[in-house]
Design a protein around this ligand. Structure first.
Ligand code: PLP
Length: 236
């Protein structure tokens, strides 16, 4: 029987140390970067161990899994992040469970999140997903359409646009990934000046196990890390 909490604690310490070093390299501190622990490879039991090891931000890819974990972990002090694509027929249940939607990847989806949030009397925090790598099978807005997208969604009620999210391309090596992360930061900086008052754009969610240090050096404020936290724990 492996002591999963112990293993995760050790992995977490290493990841946090690397986050700290990368943050310092970009003139910030570890506290400026939020770690979202991506628990999609495991069920509610190991996810509970992650919370026990000290992570309060949990990322999930599949909405149905997120719903059931939100229910299983309802007594714990934990916040959920929907990081994967969200279909519109799953918006209603998902927005009641999450702290932040990372995958705001189309106008139709964001419209639906706004409408459902109005119905439920809540405000949903979200990020605009941008397809910086140009991979055809990736979700997200094209960088060139962002300015007009921002105008369109800034007027929608009951959503709080917090920033942008991106993934490096599947085929990208380190230097390509770095360029893609830099591109997202530059895009954000450029949009700051034309951005409506109610849109903050302060967050950049970018970086996963293979590239989070690069992403932080390029300005990530949120990293989404799974694999590195679970080294030594057998996947079932
Ligand atoms: C799975 C996933 C991650 C985490 O990936 P790891 O390589 O396991 O760190 C981050 N972001 C998204 C959108 C994911 O689907």
């Amino acid at each position: 029987m492996v002591d999963a909490v112990k293993i995760i604690e050790t992995n977490l310490a290493e990841v946090r140390e690397r986050i700290g070093r990368s943050a310092e390299a970009s003139g910030r501190t570890a506290g400026d970067v939020t770690l979202v622990a991506v628990c999609k490879y495991f069920g509610s039991d190991i996810t509970t161990d992650v919370v026990e090891a000290g992570c309060r931000e949990i990322g999930e890819n599949r909405p149905q899994v997120l719903w059931s974990k939100a229910s299983d972990l309802s007594t714990l002090d934990v916040r959920f992040h929907q990081i994967g694509h969200l279909q519109r027929n799953k918006v209603r249940r998902t927005i009641t469970c999450i702290d932040l939607l990372h995958a705001g990847d189309s106008l139709r989806l964001i419209n639906s999140v706004s409408a459902e949030s109005v119905k439920q009397g809540i405000v949903t925090r979200l990020l605009i997903e941008v397809n910086v790598s140009g991979d055809e099978n990736k979700h997200g807005f094209n960088p060139t359409e962002l300015e007009s997208v921002l105008e369109d969604i800034a007027v929608l009620p009951n959503i709080d646009i917090q920033g942008m999210m991106a993934m490096a391309g599947l085929e990208s090596d380190a230097s390509n990934a770095q360029r893609e992360f830099a591109q997202l930061r530059e895009l954000r900086d450029r949009l700051f000046s034309v951005c409506p008052n109610n849109v903050s754009l302060k967050h950049l969610s970018m970086g996963m196990t293979r590239d989070y240090e690069l992403a932080i050096r390029e300005g990530a404020t949120i990293v989404r890390i799974g694999t590195a936290l679970f080294e030594g724990i057998p996947r079932v």
